[in-house]
Design a protein around this ligand. Structure first.
Ligand SMILES: C[S@@+](CC[C@H](N)C(=O)[O-])C[C@H]1O[C@@H](n2cnc3c(N)ncnc32)[C@H](O)[C@@H]1O
Length: 275
């Protein structure tokens, strides 16, 4: 009972904030509640400031086409400063659960401070793991050995937007295995990549042409000293990794456009893959 009143109070408070913002001429788009969440400082945002919201809105449309529904329990891998979460706040039902985790403490604390008090079904977790671009303390645990902090079969939809473009191959393999584990059988995985193909007439994401290609043919990096700064993968390698980790790709792979990455939608088998 108390919880219901608290939740109603929060909604009314949000609506009052929304009116205040509209009165001050703040843009009110399709996602009205998004405007009730403060905008994070530029220092915590990724990408160009002018594309922060465009990218999130495009992602929302693409995820909806991939099967995201308002009643889904959702996992956001590498949630950052909540760029997509802030729109999910106005998409998911109050009964649906959202969990996000990230290796950067500052962005997670920002989300815990600015999003969870308004939307208590949204939880954010700091997971201290090593990454050559985002968390460079070499004493941190390797993400290749990391178990996502959720039980098996917890989610209907798991997504990672612009995260596999910052993970080396052994981490990528582990994260695909973990996605299959935490999704319910038939659950949907939505992940973004920059892919290339050996065949020059086949599709490759344009930015992979400017990368250093590893002699193995598996991956390419923008910066040899900081591999996690930007990584592209050979499509054949990625397809193999999905299938050996229990994830079945829903064809076709969707090519990127403008600054958007390639999207792979897949469904979880529910059968754990052996380590
Ligand atoms: C380009 S940002 C994208 C952030 C967010 N998904 C978005 O679209 O705004 C990449 C994010 O991945 C996070 N990250 C890097 N390595 C990670 C790992 N092993 N596990 C979880 N998150 C990771 C970074 O800290 C960063 O927030």
């Amino acid at each position: 009972m108390l919880r219901r009143y608290a939740s109603k109070g929060r909604r009314l408070w949000s609506q009052r904030r929304l009116r205040a913002r509209n009165a001050s001429g703040h843009a009110r788009g399709l996602f009205r509640l998004e405007a009730t969440i403060a905008m994070p400082p530029e220092s915590l945002r990724v990408g160009r400031p002018s594309t922060f919201q465009d990218v999130a809105l495009t992602t929302m449309g693409r995820m909806n086409m991939a099967g995201l529904r308002p009643e889904h329990d959702v996992l956001d891998i590498g949630c950052g400063v909540g760029r997509t979460a802030r729109y999910l706040c106005d998409f998911l039902k109050e009964e649906a659960r959202y969990e996000g985790f990230d290796v950067r403490e500052d962005v997670v604390v920002w989300c815990q401070t600015h999003i969870t008090p308004l939307f208590p079904n949204f939880h954010f977790q700091y997971t201290p793991l090593f990454n050559t671009a985002y968390s460079t303390d070499t004493t941190l645990q390797s993400a290749a050995e990391f178990t996502f902090p959720y039980p098996d079969n917890s989610f209907d939809f798991a997504f990672a937007h612009s995260v596999f473009t910052h993970l080396v191959a052994d981490v990528t393999r582990n994260y695909l295995r973990e996605i299959n584990r935490v999704l319910r059988p038939g659950g949907i995985s939505y992940t973004t990549w920059v892919l290339f193909n050996d065949d020059p007439t086949a599709y490759s994401h344009p930015i992979t042409r400017k990368m250093h290609h590893d002699p193995s043919g598996t991956f390419a990096v923008r910066n040899l000293d900081i591999p996690d700064a930007a990584i592209g993968y050979n499509e054949a390698f990625v397809r193999d990794e999905f299938s050996s980790n229990g994830l079945q790709i829903v064809e076709p792979i969707h090519p990127g456009f403008r600054r958007m990455q390639d999207v792979i939608v897949a469904t979880a088998s529910g059968i754990p893959s052996s380590r």
